[in-house]
Design a protein around this ligand. Structure first.
Ligand code: UTP
Length: 290
């Protein structure tokens, strides 16, 4: 079966980015001049996804406005001859069919994914976390994962190797390496205490999941932080069905953290032809004064 649908959970509180996220969704905070979430929607669209469900919540209305058509603004841009901007805006509302559902309370990533059960119906679907951006100029991260799905035909977790100190920030898998970039997942641990991680292979914001996850989520009780953890439900799924992890190619940024956000902003600006030269010069100047 083809992967046609993607779910982007974007209903989290964004606590690490307060006060910016008091009234603005963290997914709408821009990297240079484009909201984080647009990079993620573009990745899904470039990977062949036709329908996207964004899980939103209160204070997240700007997300729906952003991906909608903006008649007034488009008319103004057309009148004033700003056709480049007009084209940019029109592309946004044509990226994919975007649907929304509200998670009434931020009860965890697992709970957010459960809100997608009617959307997914009985198909395997992709998940892209709303604050994880992966840059790859050759092949989008999700397209790489979909390719792996064509071989393995079951759930696939997007992973990368992280340092010993960083394992406690992520879900970490236990499993054997089967082939280049592929692991068979036996089990996993969410945010293992330092020194207890089963490996250095961490799950980083991209998943292909079979619909069996919804039954597993129903059976999952609140875990760490009182939240329904996706990792807990994935562990149950891995006990029932085979599951693989794929070490994707690309630079991943945790844009929900201040450090990740700053790194992404600087690196994306350095790739922009219209900013690169002046910005490089500026960085060189300030670094030389440190
Ligand atoms: P995070 O844990 O990174 O987001 O969740 P958060 O809860 O907003 O972050 P902090 O710790 O408060 O700063 C990963 C993804 O899952 C979504 C988030 O929006 C983010 O894209 N999420 C998380 C939900 O949709 N619902 C939830 O209940 C929790």
């Amino acid at each position: 079966m083809k992967i046609r649908k993607a779910v982007i959970p974007a209903a989290g509180l964004g606590t690490r980015f307060l006060p910016a996220t008091k009234a603005i969704p963290k997914e709408m905070v821009p990297l240079v001049d484009k909201p984080t979430l647009q990079y993620i929607v573009e990745e899904a669209a470039a990977s062949g996804i036709e329908d996207i469900l964004i899980i939103t919540g209160r204070t997240k209305r700007a997300i729906e406005d952003h991906f909608d058509k903006s008649y007034e603004l488009e008319t103004e841009l057309e009148k004033s001859g700003k056709l480049d901007y007009l084209e940019t805006l029109q592309k946004i509302s044509n990226l994919a069919n975007i649907h929304y559902v509200r998670q009434k309370e931020a009860k965890g990533l697992g709970h957010a994914i459960y809100c997608a059960r009617f959307f997914a119906e009985n198909e395997p679907f992709a998940v892209l976390l709303g604050d994880d951006v992966v840059a790859n100029d050759k092949k989008p991260c999700l397209a790489q994962m979909i390719e792996q799905y064509q071989t393995y035909r079951t759930s696939i977790l997007g992973v990368q190797t992280v340092s010993d100190e960083d394992t406690s920030k992520y879900g970490v898998i236990k499993g054997d390496k089967l082939a280049d970039r592929i692991y068979k997942v036996e089990d996993m641990v969410e945010k293992p205490a330092p020194g207890t991680a089963p490996s250095n292979v961490a799950v980083l914001g991209r998943y292909i999941i079979t619909p069996g996850i919804f039954r597993c989520l129903e059976e999952t009780t609140p875990g760490a932080g009182g939240e329904i953890q996706l990792t807990d439900a994935l562990r149950k799924l891995a006990a029932k069905e085979s599951m693989y992890a794929y070490d994707f190619v690309g630079r991943r940024y945790d844009v929900g953290s201040k450090e990740g956000y700053l790194e992404a902003t600087v690196e994306f600006a350095l790739k922009r032809p219209d900013l690169k030269d002046e910005f490089t010069q500026y960085l060189k100047n300030i670094v030389s004064k440190l």
